[in-house]
Design a protein around this ligand. Structure first.
Ligand code: PA5
Length: 454
């Protein structure tokens, strides 16, 4: 396998007194098998579409890109949440390691300075914009899309369509209408795959393939992990195992889950995980409609950088967190630290060592420090950063998230809390059909008088 999951410090031991006992895991066998059955049934019913993505035909992507890739050197993705984070995560993971020939920039905010910064650096002649939104209506994505559409029409009155691809629902939404009426190159977000589970669909694959990533390798890694995650034996299924342990930790009050890559390339992957874990599991109601207020706050930290920022808190602060390190065994490029001052013991010990050795030694040192402090921690090692290992990692965490949602008895696929914010934005920005919400918000605004005045 291309990733290795070392969970020893998640289990109860002399040092990790709050660790989960092997007995508890074994005693939960029936519950785990019943959830496994439920997942397999929902999968057959087509409710968990992400399971099928590794088998998809990708020829429509490669055919399109073969036609256009010499014309463009940059793709700007316009999207947000599940329509952006996966693109960023995979591109960041592989861009330096694989020396990718083309650039992907993700514009996932409505910050005017962010947009200016992007437009200042790209050469419009060589830039392809990929608007991604499943619903085809999200205000953030739509507003940036409208701004860009105007810029493209003004710059290339005859050829603006060639600079745009649209990735949206197959049948519904404003953007699908626009594709039908105006005729743009389009890609589809499968109906049964939710935003944050969609990175291995056209949503993520188009930008990856554009950049020069081998998308069949990503899918192969996911398919290999799918076989492993089909085991109902929790000791052989890393997704179920990690999900079960996180669930038990939540029950024991460890409501924060820190993902700490020791590789800048994987920092955006921790961001992708944050959304998946937060939006899927943070829920007010369970499936029976009872108030439960569950979820675990995902946090990202970067090794070694955050050793000088967060680790003090992690080792000595509240014991309310679980930690997952991400480690890369072999980097495609490395530096040897030169022995420039052999007579100075302060730096001589570093001389002749590889920079990656220092990085991975510091990772182990943090593991030792956390373990000595009784803080549960696990480590996922990538032999190297490549398409297969990234695909495997993504698929494992998707299965883990659904499995954990089932343990919590909530729906991991919905996001009513996000919808509430979207509705309030529509109401305040004057979208028709939101009069009632607008009136309620206006009442609230009248009560907002607590301000600090100079
Ligand atoms: O996971 C989700 O469903 C959300 O994070 C969405 O991806 C996000 O809200 C963007 O939605 P859309 O793709 O419809 O623009």
């Amino acid at each position: 396998m291309l990733i290795h999951f070392d969970y020893q410090n998640f289990l109860h031991s002399q040092k990790i007194r709050s660790g989960i006992s092997k007995d508890l895991i074994d005693q939960s066998d029936l519950q785990i098998k019943s959830i496994h059955q439920e997942i397999m049934t929902e999968r057959k019913q087509g409710k968990l579409g992400f399971y099928d993505l590794p088998d998809q035909d990708i020829s429509h992507i490669t055919t399109y890109l073969d036609k256009i890739k010499t014309k463009f050197d940059t793709m700007v993705v316009l999207g947000i949440g599940g329509s952006a984070l996966g693109n960023k995560a995979i591109y960041s993971a592989l861009k330096v390691e694989k020396q990718l020939p083309r650039k992907v920039i993700v514009a996932d905010n409505v910050d005017p300075l962010m947009l200016k910064e992007i437009l200042d650096v790209v050469d419009l002649n060589r830039t392809l914009f990929n608007v991604i939104t499943k619903s085809g209506t999200t205000a953030e994505t739509m507003s940036v899309f409208l701004i860009l559409m105007k810029i493209l029409k003004d710059t290339f009155p005859q050829a603006y369509k060639e600079h745009l691809v649209i990735t949206t629902d197959k049948d519904k939404g404003f953007l699908r209408d626009i594709v039908r009426k105006e005729g743009y190159q389009d890609f589809e977000v499968p109906g049964n795959v939710g935003g944050r589970f969609s990175v291995l669909s056209d949503v993520g694959l188009v930008s990856c393939a554009f950049a020069g990533i081998d998308i069949s390798g990503l899918l192969k890694g996911a398919a290999d992990m799918r076989v492993i995650c089909e085991s109902k034996n929790i000791w052989k299924n890393p997704a179920y195992f990690n999900g079960f342990l996180h669930y038990q930790y939540m029950r024991n009050g460890k409501n924060i889950s820190v993902m700490m890559p020791y590789a800048n390339a994987l920092y955006d992957m921790a961001d992708w995980y944050r959304q998946l874990w937060a939006e899927s599991l943070g829920k007010k109601y369970d499936k029976q409609g009872r108030e439960v207020f569950v979820g675990q706050t995902p946090v990202k930290a970067l090794g070694t950088t955050d050793q000088h920022s967060q680790v003090q808190l992690y080792t000595e602060g509240p014991n309310d967190k679980v930690f997952t390190f991400l480690t890369v065994s072999k980097f495609g490029y490395d530096y040897e630290i030169p022995d420039l001052y052999p007579d100075r013991e302060e730096v001589h010990y570093l001389g002749g060592k590889k920079l990656s050795l220092l990085l991975n030694t510091e990772r182990l040192a943090t593991e030792i420090a956390l373990t000595d402090a009784g803080r549960p921690n696990a480590n996922i090692t990538f032999d190297k950063l490549d398409e297969k290992s990234i695909g495997a990692f993504i698929f494992m965490f998707e299965v883990q998230t659904v499995f954990t949602g089932k343990l919590l008895q909530i729906d991991p696929l919905d996001q009513p809390g996000v919808e509430a914010g979207k509705i309030a934005t529509y109401a305040m920005m004057g979208k028709p059909g939101f009069d009632k919400e607008r009136a309620t918000i206006n009442d609230y605004l009248k009560t907002r008088e607590l301000r600090i005045k100079n």
